[in-house]
Design a protein around this ligand. Structure first.
Ligand code: MLT
Length: 261
């Protein structure tokens, strides 16, 4: 089914297409520094997922397949039929893996940042339910307050007040529909790990050594499973390595893209 909502996106640069999918409860503003750094090399497409950023706040529940289909429909609308490099951060990585599963012929390479392939544990699912209730009762700002301290490495959280304010703003602007829809999608997402065994394209995995939301072992498990992957563990970075260690992050992505067949 075609998307039936207004999806906001940005597109910059020229060259092979790179699709960057933000995490939860964020928006395409997450990728500003990557767009600037990579637009010389690629056409960088950054969507706002449904219910997030400037995209329409349609009610859920969402699913990872649905969010991946939204991205595919956006590429169709942009008439980008050639294979794209698909990148995602955290929940964006779950969407990227769903995209690879559903549209393998449309993928030239995979960039997985601060994410994991496994499904939620029973405890994780119960936490999603609690977060849904919090969002319903108290709104996006309460969700931002509950998440912010864990989003960054402790050093970043102590020193980078600019980044904390930037993220708080981004999170607070997410619609309650988007938050609840995304929580449902994450709660019920399938285990993507077995499918990675058959993924034949190059992949780059980048993870913060101090990620408090997704432990580095989960990224290591994807590296072990993917047939053609590189793994970079970034020191002094938490759940947002592209913001916390922008230069080394961008350099690693540029290097990966330049060496793609
Ligand atoms: C995200 O950063 O996208 C989410 O925190 C991921 C998750 O909760 O599993």
């Amino acid at each position: 089914m075609k998307k039936t909502f207004q999806m906001a996106y940005s597109m910059a640069g020229s060259g092979r297409p790179l699709l960057l999918i933000h995490g939860y409860p964020l928006s395409r503003a997450l990728w500003k520094a990557q767009v600037e750094a990579l637009k010389e090399l690629c056409t960088v497409i950054t969507p706002d997922l449904r219910g997030h950023g400037e995209s329409e706040a349609i009610p859920g529940p969402y699913s990872m397949d649905m969010l991946a289909d939204d991205c595919a429909h956006l590429l169709d609308d942009l008439q980008l039929q050639q294979p794209v490099i698909v990148g995602g951060l955290s929940m964006g990585g779950y969407v990227a893996m769903a995209f690879c599963r559903r549209y393998p012929e449309r993928v030239a390479g995979l960039l997985l940042t601060a994410t994991r392939a496994g499904a939620d544990s029973p405890e994780g699912r119960a936490n999603r339910e609690r977060a849904m209730q919090l969002a319903q009762e108290s709104g996006a700002e309460a969700i931002a307050d509950s998440m912010l301290p864990k989003m960054f490495a402790p050093g970043t959280y102590a020193q980078r007040l600019d980044l904390i304010a930037f993220l708080r703003r981004m999170m607070s602007q997410t619609s309650v529909e988007g938050i609840i829809g995304a929580l449902a999608a994450m709660k019920d997402r399938p285990d993507s790990l077995p499918g990675l065994t058959d993924f034949s394209k190059p992949a780059l995995i980048i993870h913060g050594a101090e990620d408090q939301l997704i432990p580095p072992q989960d990224a290591q498990a994807m590296h072990t499973t993917l047939p053609q992957s590189q793994f970079m563990l970034l020191p002094s970075a938490g759940h947002l390595p592209n913001l916390e260690q922008t230069e080394p992050y961008n350099a690693a992505v540029r290097h990966f893209i330049q060496r793609l067949p």
